[in-house]
Ligand binder design. Sequence first.
Ligand SMILES: [Zn+2]
Length: 493
Amino acid sequence: MKYIRVIATIIILALITSTGTSAAGTVDVYVSGNTEKINATTEGSVAYVSFSQLVEILGGMLDWDLVGHRISYTRENSRLEFTVDSPYFKLNDTVYNLTFPVKLIDGQMYLPPMTFIPFLNRVSPQQITYSEQSGSIRIESEYFNVTDIAFSRKANGLLVEIYLTTTLAYDIFLTEGNWINVSIRDAKLNQSKILSRKDSRFMYRLKTHQIGETGQVSFRLKRNVEKWHHKIVYDPPRIQISIADAAFNLDTADTAPVVGPDNKIDVIVIDPGHGGGDYGAIGKGGTREKDIVLGISKELAKLIRKDKQFKVIMTRDRDKTLTLQQRADVANMAAADLFISIHANSSLKKDVRGWNVFFLAQAKNDSARAVAQFENSAFLKDQRIAGSIEYGEDPILGILNEMIMTEFQAESHDFAMMIDREMRRSVKIPARGVDQAGFYVLNMVFSPSVLVESGFISNRNEEKLLKSSKYQKKVARAIYEAIKRFRSKYESN
Ligand SMILES: [Zn+2]
């Protein structure tokens, strides 16, 4: 592997001609009484440090792929995967956003420590702190196995995650005054890290106790705790506590940015639904959803490609089986600015007709819920094989409701409305309009995203229409016009 890495480095060096407006320097790394220096730079106003050099101090393995575009870091049982120039990275099987892209400078990998070090702490047995003020990094080798806590607001409540380095036994109990107490056995709490996560939007107090081998984390919530549950999840190991209460979501003061750090809306990911062994819905005349949606997607890709302002990526461009996670990975690794999943609908009632556009949010009616259940079935199949989902009475809604990502909801809704407007203008079949439901594929994508149901394959007339290239082109054109509209509204120059 060494040999391959050397070649990769040479290719990288050859590719890099300039690093743009950057100021190079070093930062001090304090580790067990010594001070070491690693390369640092700033891009715009964002500080970066050489992760390649930091790894030499921290330990762990850094691996480059042949072209030097993907880099993975392995530390004990965890694996982080980065893509050069993308702010998205994977920690085991979950995708996270660094806000600023991974940089490659003189054959070394650079990361923004401000946003990256919190993630590094989740996988590192050492405690790593970065001081923005002094521009230095401190590594403390004290051992913790309860490393962090995160509070995140979901569409219908609050999700609390306590990060562990390994699976630990715990007890959880509610006490008067809306205190939730998590008592973890054989625990060594990183108390200062956990206490720094106090978020006054949700809680009055956050406390930690280390009593011998037992660590306890307690927080007093601002709302009455009525519906809640907890479980251990893996990759990375953590205790997950969901508190169902939509009021946690009322404060919308801190809205996330729509576009990535480059402020451009140019990467469009098209996801033709189903494929391979998954046929999707099948019409009376034998038409398969997977073929129809590939046709529409190819037309759409062709239109976007002609427009030099955009870069188009398809999750599949042929008949191929893909999991919903693989589709989302394509979008996240490409740092998609828009994600469009294309489908055709189906109903047991043969006379049901029309197209509609969905964005991700909790379903408000049974028909939207039914569409989501059908489109989610591929995901549930994957998960059953992996055996990693616990089933309640209502698996689809039960799982997704607590996990719905609301970050891009407003933009996704807006984009859905733009498609709706264009479709009404150019397509003659009935408009069923914009609706919302819990689609797994949309929930895994970190960008504004929609799912278009382009017509009912179960209706004889629409089945014929969906097969015709004229109709496929019309749908593609309507979506393309909406993409341009979205770009001119949201892209800042
Ligand atoms: Zn479908």
